[in-house]
Design a protein around this ligand. Structure first.
Ligand code: S3P
Length: 433
């Protein structure tokens, strides 16, 4: 096991094309929906990352037949009623999506099971999901009254719910909607802000009827899903690292293909445009049930901006790399209403601020975000990932613009969402002139 990685790129430029690997959120859901559905589901463009493999592992333990061949996955299922009660604990690894969505799915299934995750998952709040599920009749037992894993689920019959969500969270919304599939009556979920809508889109793709009006989603219980073919677009949250690099590394031009462009995920594009980045989007590619396309980006003079409100859920996972981008922008960038960052894989407000400060950034933590004053020239240093893939990738992109080397601990954590990140990065780096 590699324990640290030193990145010394000199003063590189970046040139070339990167095909962005599959979207993590859509990949998880393709396995979940394929396992719930009756019949055969085939998935193309699947992200073979640690998190998505955790989802496959859980459903395999329920007796669903899943075969993986690179980016291609085949799922054979006879539906939820045919699942086996697992004789092992279901291990969800580092994945919040696996843990929370599985709680919703298992709550209304005919089986009993126990979920546990890694050290980070064991600290992440689950009441946001277990509370509404309990209101639907779910039988769940976990530490601190269902706040933390391990959580035991005794599948039972569920009632529909009308739920006003207290946080903007696609994981919470999805857990409730997936439970609602097996509940009696119509479930209504009201969001406070629109979060990613991959679940709603995929429910429809698998033949379910869901109504979405403004921020209210309605789903009638008792609907069956039917196996289908899923094309997973590339992950815009992965593309974000190269979008930021494209804007801030000198003499650079990058083309990113296969990028998912679901409007609930494109906050990063809005921010880059607001900051004055030179980017060009061609969104005509469309062989998926999700929007996708190509983005070209080149070295840009960027200016500070303000990020908050309903933009936050549309870029929540991109904030670490946006903070790095902001260190190179002229003026002040304010990120607010982003307190959800504190309950991600690590506390990302603290992690981003601590690590960028080590490189010389002018960045301050606030209660609900951070303030960055730019531009600053960054120097090298030894950075911690906190076992968080997105902090690791932020540090690696920072190394492209630092005056000396950056060393990161635990680079392996990046494989949670982007196993070939360094390979793709190296393929576009042109050595110093
Ligand atoms: C995800 C939703 C987001 C995001 C996470 C993936 C999903 O979390 O941060 O990486 O797949 O639904 P929240 O819904 O908790 O904000």
């Amino acid at each position: 096991m590699v324990t640290s990685k030193t990145l010394d790129y000199g003063q590189p430029s970046l040139q070339g094309t990167i095909r962005i690997p599959g979207d993590k959120s859509v990949s998880h859901r393709s396995i979940m929906f394929g396992s719930i559905a009756e019949g055969t589901t085939t998935v193309e463009g699947f992200l073979q990352s640690d998190d998505c493999l955790s989802t496959i592992d859980c459903f395999s333990k329920l007796g669903v037949e899943i075969t993986v061949d690179g980016e291609y996955v085949r799922i054979e299922s006879n539906g939820i009623q045919a699942w086996n009660e697992p004789n092992e604990i279901l291990y969800t690894g580092n994945s919040g999506t696996t843990t929370r969505l599985m709680l919703g799915i298992l709550a209304g299934s005919p089986i009993s099971s126990v979920l546990i995750g890694d050290e980070s998952i064991q600290k992440r709040p689950m009441k946001r999901v277990t509370n509404p599920l309990k209101q639907m009749g779910a039988k769940l037992i976990g530490r601190e009254n269902g706040q933390y894993t391990p959580i035991a689920v005794e599948g039972t019959s569920l009632q529909s719910i009308h739920y006003k969500m207290p946080v903007a969270s696609a994981q919470v919304k999805s857990a409730i909607l997936l439970a609602a599939l097996n509940a009696e009556g119509e479930t209504v979920v009201e969001e406070i802000e629109t979060s990613r809508d991959h679940t709603e889109k995929m429910l429809q793709h698998f033949g379910a009827s869901v109504s979405v009006e403004d921020r209210t989603i309605r789903l009638q219980g008792g609907q069956k899903l039917t196996g289908t073919h899923v094309v997973v677009p590339g992950d815009i949250s992965s593309a974000a690292f190269f979008l930021a690099a494209g804007a801030i590394v000198p003499n650079t031009k990058l083309t990113l293909t296969n990028v998912g462009l679901n409007p609930t995920r494109t906050g990063i594009v809005d921010v880059l445009q607001a900051m004055g980045a030179k980017l060009c989007i061609n969104d005509s590619e469309n062989n998926s049930h999700e929007q996708m396309g190509t983005i070209e980006i080149e070295t840009s003079e960027v200016t500070g901006t303000e990020i908050g409100g309903d933009l936050i859920p549309r870029l929540i996972d991109e904030i670490p790399i946006i903070a790095l981008l902001a260190t190179q922008a002229v003026g002040k960038t304010v990120i607010k209403n982003a307190e959800e960052l504190k309950v991600k894989e690590t506390n990302r407000i603290d992690a981003v601020v601590n690590e960028l400060k080590k490189l010389g950034a002018n960045i301050t933590a606030t209660d609900d975000g951070m303030i960055i004053e730019g531009p600053t020239s960054l120097h090298g240093g030894e950075l911690k990932t906190y076992g968080d893939h997105r902090i690791g990738m932020m540090a690696a992109i920072a190394a492209l613009i630092t005056s000396s080397a950056v060393t990161i601990d635990n680079p392996e954590c990046i494989s949670v969402s982007y196993p070939n990140f360094f390979e793709q990065l190296d393929s576009v780096v042109l050595a110093s002139l």
